[in-house]
Design a protein around this ligand. Structure first.
Ligand SMILES: Nc1ncnc2c1ncn2[C@@H]1O[C@H](COP(=O)(O)OP(=O)(O)OP(=O)(O)O)[C@@H](O)[C@H]1O
Ligand SMILES: [Mg+2]
Length: 472
């Protein structure tokens, strides 16, 4: 006797998921917040479509990167495996028992959408549309929606605030009716679209723990945007966590055995910034073990002219660094450093890093990942975690009050309006950039907790293990 094949594999769990499955509008933007059941919603919609049209149902599931796509594919395996769907990895595809096919594709570059010209689909799903900097590739895919046998063709997208596509997503789907559930008719094409909002509170399958993890990354404003689906311009400081009371201290003698290193952001017409750091091993009672202490900085700015550089040569900066470091290191030991990857570029001659090395000033290439991506915490969140502190709330980054330019510029940083999880680079960001490199060289947490990583090895494929850890 053969095992009974289950016929009901998934049920829409909430108002919004139900609305998604019954929505007749051509184009739907679903979600708008984190954890609202978007991915499951897309796959559930596909299951319903597949059941109705069988082998005439041909779908395309799109995400920006391969890592993201794999996540959706794995969820499809969990949902559709038990009913006998067949999966192939190359090309990434699910074939349902009745012949309905769902192809998976990632479009890392906008031009990749070109490859789909001429295809025909009855469903196109775009997961996390906000990860696409421009709508161009998505609009191109819209042209593939057609069926020779009259199957109704639809486009379904998801997303949440943030990401490089924040502004276009907001303008296209949210702004016309921020509360959603009202059909928008495109003034140019006459096509209809609608925003179906779904928040984490609409999803009974996630607990408080997910929300806690979300709160661990992103500024409080961004977290609020994720939770509430608030797409309004994120105003206010990027690092509200920073405070003079908690993070700034008078200069003092630091134990000579503490590990020291420097971080640098190069600049000529704009200021360069060099920060010197000591790593606490807990020897001083009021500085947490593992904390970074910024004990000196050198900011290459024209006196009294914020964001105007000194235009020194790399040799002059190297000599200046050497002079300032006298006595920092045990005799005969060179200090290590991290610097923005740009200084390693050769253009008709030695790179800035090579010129500095001739003076005995050495740098490693800093990890320049600014923003957390699924699975890996970016530099801004590393810095934020350190400002927030350890489990007892003790700051993991403190600054001598002589480091005036970090203290001046860090709290002044603003969110980038079109990509709220990043800093507005129009601001004076050189000292924070270099502090970010320092934090990335000694990561506090290796994974982005909000991403809820299920495959620990996916991290290793993205980035080689750094120096890491707490050891001084
Ligand atoms: N109808 C459902 N039945 C069973 N589980 C569900 C359902 N909807 C959502 N879930 C579960 O809830 C969790 C979150 O849902 P999902 O991953 O779809 O949310 P999301 O909006 O895509 O989240 P993120 O913003 O993190 O991508 C997942 O574990 C998912 O399997
Ligand atoms: Mg998802």
């Amino acid at each position: 006797m053969g095992a009974r094949v289950p016929t009901v594999i998934w049920r829409p769990s909430s108002g919004p998921q139900k609305a998604l499955l019954s929505c007749p509008v051509f184009e739907v933007f679903f979600g708008g917040a984190r954890g609202g059941g978007k991915t499951d919603g897309m796959l559930g919609e596909w299951a319903q479509h597949a059941a109705q049209y069988g082998s005439h149902a041909i779908g395309l599931m799109v995400r920006r990167t391969r890592v993201e796509l794999t996540e959706t594919f794995e969820r499809a395996r969990v949902l559709f495996g038990p009913i006998g769907a067949q999966f192939t990895a190359t090309p990434m595809r699910v074939v349902m028992p009745n012949g309905a096919r769902l192809n998976f594709a990632y479009l890392e570059r906008d031009a990749d959408a070109q490859g789909y010209q001429g295809h025909s689909y009855t469903r196109v799903y775009v997961e996390e549309a906000g990860n696409f900097p421009s709508p161009a590739p998505i609009l191109k895919l819209m042209a593939t929606l057609r069926s020779g046998v009259g199957v109704p063709c639809r486009m379904r997208l998801t997303g949440n605030p943030g990401g490089p596509g924040h502004q276009w997503v907001r303008a296209r789907y949210i702004d016309p009716h921020p509360q959603g559930m009202k059909v928008i008719t495109d003034p140019e094409t006459g096509l209809q679209r609608v925003y179906i909002p779904s928040r984490v509170t609409d999803n009974p399958h996630v607990g408080a723990e997910y929300v806690q993890r979300l709160k661990a990354s992103g500024s409080p404003e961004l977290v609020r945007a994720w939770l509430e689906g608030d797409w309004s311009v994120i105003s206010g400081a990027f690092f509200p966590e920073f405070s003079m009371d908690r993070h700034v201290m008078a200069p003092r003698e630091l134990p000579a055995h503490w590990y020291r290193f420097r971080s640098m952001d190069w600049g000529s017409a704009r200021p360069f910034s060099v920060g010197w750091w000591a790593v606490s091993d807990g020897a001083l009672p009021d500085i947490a073990r593992g904390a970074l202490v910024r004990y000196r900085e050198w900011y290459g700015m024209q006196p009294g002219q914020p964001n105007v550089g000194l235009r020194l040569t790399s040799d002059e900066v190297a000599v200046g660094i050497k002079e300032r470091e006298v006595g920092d290191m045990p005799k005969g030991k060179a200090m290590s450093g991290v610097a923005d990857p740009a200084i390693f570029a050769n253009q008709d001659g030695p790179s800035i890093a090579e010129r500095m090395a001739l003076h005995g000033v050495f740098f490693d290439r800093a990890d320049n990942a600014r923003v957390s991506q699924r699975g890996a915490m970016g530099g801004w969140d590393q810095l934020r975690q350190r400002l927030k502190g350890d489990a007892e709330g003790r700051p993991m980054l403190v600054v001598f009050n002589t480091c005036r330019d970090l203290i001046r510029t860090l709290p002044a940083l603003q969110h980038d309006e079109s990509r709220p999880e990043d800093v507005d680079t129009e601001g004076e960001d050189h000292a924070p950039d270099e502090a970010r490199y320092a934090c990335m060289s000694r990561p506090m947490t290796r994974t982005d907790p909000a991403a809820g990583i299920r495959r620990p090895d996916s991290y290793a494929t993205q980035r080689p293990a750094g120096r890491g850890g707490w050891a001084a």
